[in-house]
Design a protein around this ligand. Structure first.
Ligand code: MV4
Length: 454
């Protein structure tokens, strides 16, 4: 096992990884920008190295600075958290080339899944159901029209280098397809340096359901069930729950088997998430994330596993200590992402937290690096806390989340807590009857009905 790990991240996820390390008796090295000198992830680490000025590209995204910090502190492995360098295949290669271990999948798997056309071809070949569409990249405008006619309208044009909703265009007609193809490939070329696009049937009202997996370097792969992440705004998730209110145990079992069989075939290891759109009882693969995800704690709540501990054990070459049969799901869990934002406009609200009191009590977990006096710099994303609760039933979970939100005091900045409170009062949420469009529609109405505070 590693004796010392460098954590190449900041905020709550840096702290989350530190917690797993400390519980495993592993020493931790924090890295930080000059904006984060006073941050909790720096204070609680065994050692800390300043790696550059505030902007991410000059610090947390600076590969050479991060690797140098690992070398001078004698760290043996690097955990990237999520975001920043977590899905950067070049970084994973560089870590390995310096004799260090990247705590994540192989650079090759990161590379394949980072290219959305390759990812889809790979998933399909491995037996995962995909959205009907072009077989791979669409070469030109005329091909685009021909393929769209075959798929049936509306169609969606997606950038191969995009993902997470970046570079998507809906086309309702043949003329739309011609126009959207040009615009989409031009934009993709400008934004990602790669103009390749592909096409899919547009699914009008799906849910976003993702399957969590863990694989070791000995060919074992298990799935840890699904998370329903349909509540998003501008492709930012704000609330997640598991199990999905839309699935029954048989469906879970079936999609879980399909996914684990496929990933065994691919030789995938470490943590991963296979993302699906789910509509009319059917699953359609869209992307795979080759990292630990923000919302991993809800899976931990209902499985009793520590995903970061498993990631570290896997990276150290150990076998998974359990099989699929050992994985049991206990009740329900939900996560509210608390962002330093205006809850109606979602404008960032950086500043100083003047007063802070986190909720506690039974089956409540708060993953945050905030404290009274915390400064929230304007340079990074606005997630400041994740409030996670578990309940024996879905209703118990909702009641517990409401009471935990009521207890949460964050003074000095604006947060998305009032939005979560409003969302959890909606009948559609209580019924579990929502899709990927529900939240945006709700926010529009909510802002109209209660424009000021409340
Ligand atoms: C789609 C889709 C409808 N049909 N693909 C957006 C993020 C990216 N990962 C995939 N996305 C979508 N792909 C087909 N064929 C609708 C979306 C989509 C979406 C997906 C998940 C969660 C929220 C979303 C919001 C708008 C659009």
């Amino acid at each position: 096992m590693f004796e010392k790990i460098l954590i190449a991240n900041r905020g709550e996820i840096a702290l989350r990884v530190q917690r797993a390390c400390r519980e495993m008796g592993i020493k931790t090295v924090a890295v930080h920008s000059t904006a984060d000198s006073e941050a909790m992830h720096v204070r609680l680490a065994d050692e800390a190295v300043c790696i550059g000025p505030p902007p991410g590209r000059d610090s947390y995204l600076n590969k050479a600075a991060v690797i140098s910090a690992a070398i001078i502190t004698n760290a043996e492995a690097i955990h990237p958290g999520y975001g920043f360098l977590s899905e950067n295949a070049g970084f994973a290669d560089m870590v390995k080339d310096h004799g260090l271990t990247f705590i994540g999948p192989s650079a090759e798997h990161i590379r394949i899944m980072g290219d959305k056309v390759q990812a889809k071809i790979t998933a399909k070949q491995a037996g995962i159901p995909v959205v009907p569409g072009s077989d791979g990249a669409v070469p030109d405008e005329n091909a685009a029209v021909e393929i769209a006619d075959g798929i049936g309208y509306p169609v969606l044009i997606k950038a191969s280098a995009g993902g997470g909703g970046r570079g998507m265009k809906v086309a309702q007609t043949r003329d739309d397809v011609r126009e959207s193809f040009k615009v989409a490939s031009g934009e993709a070329k400008a934004a990602f340096g790669n103009g390749e696009v592909y096409m899919e049937k547009y699914l009008a009202h799906p849910r976003h359901i993702e399957i969590q997996v863990l694989g070791d370097q000995h060919g074992n792969v298990v799935h840890l069930g699904e998370r329903d992440c349909s509540l998003q705004r501008k492709h930012q998730k704000i609330f997640e729950e598991c199990p999905s209110p839309a699935l029954n145990p048989k469906q879970r079992d079936e999609i879980g088997k399909v996914v684990t069989t496929a990933l065994k075939k691919l030789g995938y290891y470490n943590a991963g998430t296979v993302e699906f759109l789910y509509e009319n009882g059917k699953f359609f693969f869209i992307e795979m994330n080759t990292r630990l995800q923000v919302e991993h704690p809800i899976t931990e709540m209902i499985t009793g596993l520590d995903l970061v501990r498993e990631q570290i054990r896997i990276a150290a070459g150990m076998e998974l200590g359990f099989t699929q049969k050992d994985v049991e799901f206990q009740g329900c869990a939900m996560e509210c992402r608390i962002n330093a934002e205006n809850p109606r406009t979602f404008a960032p609200s950086p500043g100083t937290i003047t007063g802070y009191h986190a909720p506690g009590g039974r089956r409540v977990r708060v993953d945050s690096a905030m404290y009274a006096g915390s400064k929230i710099p304007p340079y990074y994303d606005s997630l400041i806390s994740k409030l996670i609760v578990q309940g024996s039933t879905r209703n118990e979970c909702i009641m517990r989340m409401r009471r935990a939100l009521h207890e949460y005091v964050i003074d000095g900045i604006q947060t998305t807590i009032p939005l979560h409170q409003a969302v959890l009062d909606q009948q559609a949420i209580m019924d579990g009857a929502y899709d990927i469009h529900w939240l945006e529609d709700f926010v529009a109405q909510w802002v109209k009905d209660s424009p000021a505070k409340g």
